[in-house]
Ligand binder design. Structure first.
Ligand SMILES: [Zn+2]
Length: 527
């Protein structure tokens, strides 16, 4: 396109907002043998006579005279709705109205504004999936390295509140998860870590250094020389890990990069894709491409290879949209190796873990099928079990969450084998005597049949309790028995039945309804 323009004596203007983008652009032009000039502070490559001008937006906006342009290219054009871009484009529109061509891998903005305000048409050349399949991009393996709960996090404009993120990630950093997961999944990989703020970024770099892994930190205040040295050291293997705060999200390119660690939750899909995009360039030196997601980004935004419909008004998700659709696309981690897999996965491609089979219901319409699969109690239950294991939640959390969702206890559902183990381990960690007294307390408070205590105890520990109850409970017990026998005297029939007082009958004592109520309380009190 540029060559044919030059043949016709036309002039082009490239606009970019970062040093790296400008350098990259120049590199490409040089490779194609296109004579160019750079408009940026006191850049020595400036030559007004050249047909192609590559301009820093910040410099150009301050200059009095702007070069003539028959066509304008804007790099990372999802930025170009901002005021400086507008001003420049408006100027050229009035001058000679050249075509404006935006180049971007992420045609949407964090604030949800579309690019339609500036561009009349959008050409989607191909999908990320296609680019991966064709070998132009490398699909990364994405691991759920640790998880953060973003549901209650406040928004500030289009992004999460930074203080809240600081708080959220602090714990992950303090626990040393970032280094540990890197050592277990990406040891020796050339890595970039994205952090919430400078303090986190420095702390993470220090943790790597303390573990004997050469690492450095970069932020917006690092000077050009430092920055160049650090990035060179990473490229050439003298550094293994570079931590940063949003400085390496765009315009920087190291095709040999092998791992990206997300220690920074984001509400912006575009930022998310840019961060992961760093590791997707193919390169001969590259041994693997790994993403360690500590920030819940994959659960929030889906996998990068997931298809999206682009339009100039922002992104439109496929299908009927709405929450159900969003949830359907949510990948979840393999319980064994933490690799993110899609809901339909039967065998984990990383570790060979076999997911329990779920019978799908056949429904005529596609959308219905999706919604039903999504709401399939067994699927939801399994996901809850895995979530509990992953996050170290109490086993009882699963049942309570399930009930909140479906209005009933998940008694009839099949427990994943690893959850059975998890429950067992939790029980083993409990002190039976302590639990016994807890049950007694609950029983008194809720005025339950005293036998409930033994039943609950047996359900949990697999045997009848052998502990002496407190005086308080013994008193409650005898009072309860007294009222019970008074009531029973009214009915001869009942009296006869009540003769068998053996503990083996205790399971049948509570009516179904009572039992459900008791379990409700029990499960909630267990959390
Ligand atoms: Zn696995």
């Amino acid at each position: 396109m540029i060559h044919s323009m030059l043949a016709k004596d036309k002039q082009a203007l490239f606009l970019a907002h970062r040093k790296e983008l400008i350098d990259q652009c120049c590199e490409k032009l040089a490779r194609w043998g296109v004579p160019y000039s750079v408009i940026k502070a006191d850049d020595k490559r400036y030559d007004p006579g050249k047909p192609v001008q590559v301009a820093s937006i910040q410099t150009l906006i301050r200059r009095k005279v702007w070069p003539h342009a028959d066509v304008i290219f804007i790099d990372e054009c999802h930025r170009s709705v901002s005021r400086s871009y507008r001003k420049i484009i408006d100027f050229y529109r009035e001058a000679n109205n050249p075509p404006v061509i935006g180049l971007t891998a992420t045609p949407y903005r964090a604030d949800g504004r579309g690019l339609g305000e500036l561009y009349e048409d959008l050409v989607v050349s191909t999908s990320t999936r296609q680019l991966c399949d064709d070998g132009y991009l490398v699909e990364p393996r994405v691991f759920c390295a640790s998880n953060v709960e973003l549901d209650g996090v406040q928004m500030r404009g289009a992004e999460f509140d930074e203080d809240a993120l600081d708080e959220l990630m602090r714990e992950v950093i303090l626990k040393g998860d970032i280094v540990r997961q890197w050592q277990s999944k990406a040891n020796g990989a050339k890595t970039v870590v994205f952090c919430v703020n400078v303090r986190h970024s420095k702390a993470v770099a220090e943790q790597f250094i303390a573990a004997g892994i050469p690492a450095a930190h970069l932020d917006a205040k690092s000077n050009d020389a430092d920055r160049e040295k650090i990035l060179n050291d990473l490229a050439e293997g003298r550094l293994m890990v570079v931590t940063n705060v949003g400085i390496l999200t765009e315009g920087w390119d190291l095709p040999g990069l092998e791992c990206v660690t997300l220690a920074r939750p984001t509400a912006s899909r575009s930022l998310y894709r840019q961060m992961i995009g760093r590791v997707m360039r193919p390169d001969e030196s590259k041994r693997f491409a790994i993403v360690l997601d500590h920030a819940g980004c994959t659960v929030r935004h889906g996998k990068v290879t997931e298809d999206e419909d682009y339009n100039l008004n922002g992104v439109r998700r496929r299908g009927k949209g709405g929450k159900a659709q969003e949830q359907l696309n949510v990948p979840f981690p393999c319980p064994q190796c933490l690799l993110f897999v899609e809901q339909k996965t039967t065998v984990c491609p990383e570790c060979g873990y076999e997911f329990p089979k779920i019978e799908a219901k056949v429904v005529v319409e596609d959308v219905d099928l999706e919604e039903i699969t999504l709401r399939n109690p067994q699927v939801v239950y399994r996901n809850l079990c895995m979530t509990a294991i992953r996050n170290g939640y109490k086993a009882g959390w699963v049942a309570v969450r399930f009930k909140d969702e479906f209005g009933r206890w998940p008694r009839d559902l099949e427990k994943p084998p690893e959850f059975i183990e998890y429950e067992k381990a939790e029980v083993l960690s409990k002190d039976p005597e302590q639990e016994f007294h807890k049950f007694c307390q609950v029983c008194i408070e809720k005025k339950y049949n005293p036998r409930w205590v033994s039943v609950r105890f047996k359900e949990m520990f697999g045997r009848w309790p052998e502990f002496a109850a407190s005086d308080e409970f013994t008193t409650y017990q005898s009072e309860f028995m007294k009222t019970e026998s008074e009531e029973q005297e009214d009915s001869e029939e009942q009296q006869n039945n009540a003769a068998s007082d053996d503990r083996q009958d205790q399971d049948q004592i509570s009516s179904e309804q009572e039992k459900a109520q008791e379990q409700d309380l029990f499960m909630r009190s267990a959390i």
